[in-house]
Write a protein that binds this ligand. Structure first.
Ligand code: HEM
Length: 194
């Protein structure tokens, strides 16, 4: 079988990914520590929102495999891939596979919800999001609860994300982490280009 190195994850996508992982970890820690740490939590939140804005743009103008059009597929191909996965006949994708693509979309959407609600959230003591006083106390309370609740959704998705990467390693013998560091994947003739 012919094996070539293919440049899959461009530098901005890799920087986006690892900066996001570091910031999500920091947001969790600073959110738990509360008090004066919330000042830095706010800064981390702005950084995540800026990263998400960049990723939204990059999803349209970025490298081939970073584009939303490359990995957000319709219901038909996604179900077909899920069935193939169960039958152990799923093709290998160089970019995100159809299920993985939707997982990425869910992660990005939950992060956006997390960042958006944070703008209106408040700890009722000394730190409030910058838009807290644009809304009523009642709305700020709902936003604060959503901000706390959606973090559990984010955590669940992140655990599933890492578990599926581990499953790829264990059951398919494919390391996905190294390519997210270097950009390159091995391509064999059977791999799906998209
Ligand atoms: C140490 C933990 C993590 C590892 C090892 C990891 C690894 C990876 C890998 C290998 C990919 C590419 C998947 C593929 O080949 O299809 C990926 C994509 C992605 N991961 Fe993670 N990940 C981690 C944590 C997270 C966390 C905590 C988040 C967000 C909360 C996250 C969000 C994403 C996103 C949004 C993408 C898509 C990248 C893009 O297309 O822009 N990851 N991750």
């Amino acid at each position: 079988m012919i094996v070539n190195k293919i440049y899959v994850w461009d530098l901005p996508t890799r920087l986006f990914h690892w900066a996001l992982v570091a910031l999500v970890a920091f947001q969790w820690l600073s959110g738990e520590l509360e008090d004066e740490w919330l000042k830095f939590h706010l800064l981390g939140g702005y950084a995540i929102l800026a990263l998400l804005a960049f990723r939204l743009l990059w999803g349209f103008v970025g490298g081939e495999y970073a584009r939303f059009g490359n990995f957000l597929r319709g219901m038909g191909p996604t179900l077909e891939y899920a069935r193939a996965l169960r039958a152990n006949t799923a093709p290998r994708y160089l970019g995100h596979n159809p299920l993985g693509g939707w997982m990425i979309a869910a992660l990005l959407a939950t992060l956006a919800l997390q960042g958006f609600t944070g703008l209106f959230a408040s700890d009722d003591v000394m730190t409030s999001g910058p838009l807290r006083y644009w809304v009523s106390d009642q709305i700020a309370e709902v936003m604060t609860e959503l901000h706390e609740g959606s973090f559990n959704v984010l955590l669940t998705l992140a655990v599933a994300h890492v578990a599926s990467i581990l499953a790829h390693r264990l059951f398919k013998g494919e390391d996905l982490v190294w390519p997210m560091l270097t950009g390159y994947k091995d391509s064999d003739e059977a791999s799906k280009k998209q």
